[in-house]
Design a protein around this ligand. Sequence first.
Ligand code: TXA
Ligand code: MG
Length: 335
Amino acid sequence: MKTELLKPTQANLERAAQALRNGELVAFPTETVYGLGASALDDAAVQSVFVAKGRPLAHPLIVHLKEGSDISDWSRASGTALEMARQLAEAFWPGPLTLVLPRSAAVSELVTGAQPTVALRVPAHPVAQALLEQSDLPLVAPSANRYGRLSPTLAQHVTAQLDGRVRFVLDGGPCEIGLESTILDLSGPSPRVLRPGQLSAGRLAEVLGVPVGGRGAARVPRVPGSTASHYAPRAGTRLVSGVGLPQAAALSVGATAVLSFQATPAGFTGSWLTMPQEPVAYARELYSRLHELDRSAELILIEQPPETPAWEAVNDRLRRAAGERQRNSDQEGER
Ligand code: TXA
Ligand code: MG
């Protein structure tokens, strides 16, 4: 299959929408990362998403909707869970929030990985919105990377990993947020963040008026056998404290790249990138920098950001990039 990179003109959006209606794959920008889209109503198309990514079938997909008012078409949530979903949809959709809810019987088991829940999100990016509108389809869209690799925040990151595996890539330029959406599980006894993102548990709790649990709460695995690293560069990746960084860099052998808050020390000959001091700007750049460094570095050293709530989503992805095992063995994979 030939992959075409398209500017999101009206004519090209129509071509992309037609391809989706034909069961083909279209990668598109969202405000978080690029997604690999397919019709959520077409099992053969959904299956080809797993094949294109090389992703195991047990890892469920997020259904992207044009509007939050469609929750009840997808979920049999009722009572408090439905009320909470509606409040959050009202406050944060379209936006970088994914809600996990009890699924309705109509949802394909391929989409949900045969789990009793479904993940829903309404993306804010105008190109994503236009594609949902033009195709008039709900779209499954995992991050548009090969399984276990870095998520794409530029159209070129998508073609680098999925060339020949996707019909069209809509080029919307760099993603505004740069990290995947916050995933909130509303299917259990109390709301719980499964994957931190720019939208913090604190802000969700403010809207809900109840506490929102983090990743520590003990729960059954959502996805079997998935504690290994991902969001991973090919190069060896290590998280290093700011104090230890100059020495670690000086002592490293081979092509070493560094992501740091500090300026390049005298005498360092590898690539040294100085990152923003502020988490939102840092997140926007992170994957792009890692994609760039991953092309030539054998080792990537990353300075540990502050371990504060504002950095939670960034630190989560850095731990994964460095291949650190999850603190809790019950966490699902997010590839
Ligand atoms: O920002 C995002 O969410 C991006 C953009 C493209 O929308 N999408 C994305 O999809 O990150 P993906 O497939 O790479 O990650 C989705 C995560 C996976 O870890 C998957 O296991 C989890 O969502 N997930 C999907 N359905 C679930 C469910 N029913 N219960 C629990 N986790 C679920
Ligand atoms: Mg992913």
